[in-house]
Design a protein around this ligand. Structure first.
Ligand SMILES: Nc1nc2c(ncn2[C@@H]2O[C@H](COP(=O)(O)OP(=O)(O)OP(=O)(O)O)[C@@H](O)[C@H]2O)c(=O)[nH]1
Ligand SMILES: [Mg+2]
Length: 290
């Protein structure tokens, strides 16, 4: 019995040894795929190294380009600042020369009481002419409508409608300056901001010619915001130090009855011209019922 158990155990061990041998044979002897797997791994690592090197080079190149662009931006900004400064200097020189020329220009001799209406396109100059005359004489419309300076004759006065697109060359035109000088009243119509017309205002200041500002389309401004806009405009007038500005009116040329300033303006426009007053009065006073 003991011998049988012993021999069975031996047999099991032999079998177990055989099993271990079979399992480990492939790892003890190089398999056919062995020698190829090693170079593949090295190749993969080499490629990885190359790729990361390539990415590093690309990153460096991108950084270099970014820095180049930033440098260019800086120099462009510098050049722009310098160009702006130069343009400003040139502009001031031009203004002075223009003022000198304007001072030497004779005023146009015009009959009666002449009221010139200036301002940018679509601020409502022609609408104002029509409302002052009580008729639709001048063409009105959105965009550039009035193409040339046009007189509209009343009994003792003339209203001059002007094109909104007044560029620098217009003001450097002696004939135009002569016309501006010959006017009895100069109204500058604006909508929300004074600064757009500040060049004309500065020229008039320089020439010692009085002018008035008309803030038109006041009906567009919400009732609650009207006092604030009035304060703001008066503040800008003060800060610009406009010397020859006489009056500022807040009104609506399209709906003259809406604001009392319309009548105040009509009175003011005609205070030096009694006949005009009668004429204006005839046409307008009945219209109002404040
Ligand atoms: N709501 C409102 N609209 C206005 C008023 N005045 C003018 N408009 C409108 O604004 C537009 C331009 O008016 P115009 O009188 O032609 O303006 P302008 O200043 O003569 O324009 P240009 O001739 O191009 O220089 C028109 O559609 C008018 O109806 C105003 O007081 N209130
Ligand atoms: Mg017009």
């Amino acid at each position: 019995m003991i011998i049988k158990v012993f021999s069975e155990a031996k047999e099991r061990n032999v079998l177990y040894l055989l099993f271990l041998l079979l399992v480990h044979i492939p790892t003890c002897f190089p398999s056919p795929g062995g020698p190829i797997r090693m170079p593949q791994e090295a190749e993969r690592r080499r490629r990885q190294r190359e790729e990361s090197e390539e990415r590093r080079r690309q990153r460096e190149e991108i950084n270099e380009k970014r820095q180049e662009i930033e440098q260019m931006n800086i120099s462009i900004r510098k050049m722009e600042r310098k160009a702006r400064k130069d343009a400003l200097k040139q502009e001031k020189r031009r203004e002075k020369t223009l003022a000198r020329l304007a001072r030497k220009t004779e005023m146009a001799r015009m009959k009666g009481h002449n009221i010139g209406i200036f301002g940018l396109t679509s601020t409502g100059k022609s609408t104002m002419v029509n409302s002052l005359l009580g008729n639709k004489f001048a063409d009105i419309g959105v965009g550039e409508t009035t193409r040339k300076r046009t007189p509209y004759y009343g009994q003792q006065y003339t209203l001059w409608d002007t094109p909104g697109r007044n560029d620098e060359s217009t003001y450097s035109n002696q004939e135009y300056i002569s016309f501006i000088k010959g006017l009895t009243r100069r109204l500058i119509v604006i909508q929300y901001t004074i600064k757009e017309n500040s060049k004309l205002m500065r020229l008039l200041d320089d020439l010692g010619l009085g002018y008035d500002i008309v803030v038109n389309k006041f009906d567009h401004v919400d009732e609650t915001e009207q006092p604030q806009l009035q304060r703001q405009i008066r503040h800008v007038i003060r800060s610009l130090g406009l010397k020859q500005m006489k009056k500022v009116f807040f009104l609506s040329a399209q709906y003259p009855k809406m604001f009392r300033d319309w009548l105040t303006m009509v009175d003011y426009l005609t205070e030096e011209c009694l006949d005009c007053k009668l004429d204006f009065t005839k046409q307008f006073y009945q219209m109002f019922s404040y």
